[in-house]
Design a protein around this ligand. Structure first.
Ligand SMILES: Nc1ncnc2c1ncn2[C@@H]1O[C@H](COP(=O)(O)OP(=O)(O)OP(=O)(O)O)[C@@H](O)[C@H]1O
Ligand code: SF4
Ligand SMILES: [Mg+2]
Length: 342
């Protein structure tokens, strides 16, 4: 990618259809011995790259602890990466000054896993939704009220009078998550990051909330990064799926290619572990590999999946980390099985 130095800042030149570009991102957390001595790093994100396009939803799937939230919080600017770039509007967000950081936070809507923990329990819905507007310089009371009502209507918290003066604890989990979604959109954000938005909701309302997100994406042309450990929910509104394992993206492809034509042994195992999206999978796949994900403090040499992989090639997989192979157009796999001469 073309880039040039502008005094101390690097200016990038992203293609027009790319909203955010993540380049070789590494997020390591330092472990301290007795509170101060260095005891190593948790390599939560370890070399992740992808572009998010305009009006596109991508799903990042992987087991608990593989680094999904660390990746997301770093993209949101809440964690500082050890290495790599997050390019938004042709600049790395980590070279933003304080004013630009505030502006960046207003550009990305964030929907957390736990709706109740995400909203202030002592504020009414009106106050919760007014806060981002006030923080971003919108002071006109009529304008604030108009925008609150519009976004409540969009997330179907209607009749509005029944909800607007309520406190979060008076709402169901699904209604609380609608408020979190409304707040993530009230500044007319074009990008939304949703980290396990339905995993803490009752099964009966999960589909409703996913369909709401899908509708909002279509109506507003949002770009969405959707994080989940549950492959069965991605079909609702994702164009591409990225499979994450132990801090790395091991397979990236369009949804149908991941579901019906996946290549990586770990993707196969993940699909085996889910009853949906295609019940036929239950007949096709044989068994989930035994074992646990590896330590992110002392990750194994070579492919991080090799200790669980039924197709491990001794002397290669346990020695060298596989690069990313483009096995078909827009279908990328980090696995030695797809090296040409193997
Ligand atoms: N602030 C932190 N300090 C130290 N280690 C952390 C921190 N946040 C996450 N980790 C570690 O980084 C690794 C990845 O955690 P992360 O929360 O990103 O995973 P996840 O994929 O979101 O998991 P889950 O599906 O359970 O939410 C874990 O080993 C976790 O313990
Ligand atoms: S690189 Fe080797 S160990 Fe890793 S997933 Fe591919 S076959 Fe399995
Ligand atoms: Mg998480």
């Amino acid at each position: 990618m073309a880039k040039k130095k502008n005094k101390e800042k690097t200016i990038y030149n992203l293609p027009d259809d790319v909203v955010i570009s993540i380049q070789d991102l590494r997020v390591w957390f330092e472990l301290k011995k007795f509170g101060f001595g260095h005891a190593g790093f948790v390599r939560a994100v370890d070399g992740v790259s992808f572009d998010l396009h305009k009006k596109e939803a991508i799903a990042i799937v992987g087991e608990s602890g593989c680094g999904k939230t660390s990746l997301m919080k770093t993209i949101l600017g809440l964690y500082t990466p050890r290495e790599g770039n997050i390019i938004y509007k042709n600049e790395d967000i980590n070279q933003y000054d304080k004013t630009q950081q505030r502006w960046f936070h207003s550009q990305i809507g964030y929907v957390q896993q736990d709706p109740f923990g995400a909203i202030a329990p002592f504020m009414t819905l009106r106050k919760i939704l007014a806060e981002p507007l006030l923080c971003n310089g919108i002071k006109d009371k009529d304008e604030i009220e108009r925008r609150i009502r519009k976004v409540m209507d969009e997330v179907s918290l209607t009749p509005i009078e029944d909800f607007i003066d309520k406190f979060p604890h008076m709402l169901s989990g699904g209604q609380q998550q609608r408020i979190v979604i409304a707040r993530a959109m009230i500044l007319q954000q074009q990008v939304m990051v949703a980290d396990e938005p339905v995993s803490m909701l009752d099964a009966s309302v999960r589909v409703e909330v996913l369909k709401l997100l899908e509708g909002l994406k279509e109506t507003h042309g949002l770009s969405v990064i959707y994080i989940t450990h549950d492959l069965s929910t991605v079909r609702y509104f994702s164009e591409r799926i990225f499979v994450m394992y132990a801090g790395r993206l091991v397979e990236k492809a369009k949804v149908n290619d991941i579901i019906y034509n996946h290549k990586h042994p770990y993707t196969n195992a993940l699909l085996l572990a889910t009853s949906e999206p295609d019940a036929e999978n239950a007949k096709v796949y044989k068994e989930i590999p035994e074992g646990e994900p590896p330590s992110l403090v002392h990750p194994p040499k070579g492919c991080r999946y090799h200790e669980r992989c039924p197709k491990m090639i001794d002397g290669l997989c346990n020695q060298e980390n596989p690069p990313e192979f483009e096995v078909e157009p827009d279908h990328f796999v980090s696995c030695w099985l797809y090296k040409d001469d193997i």
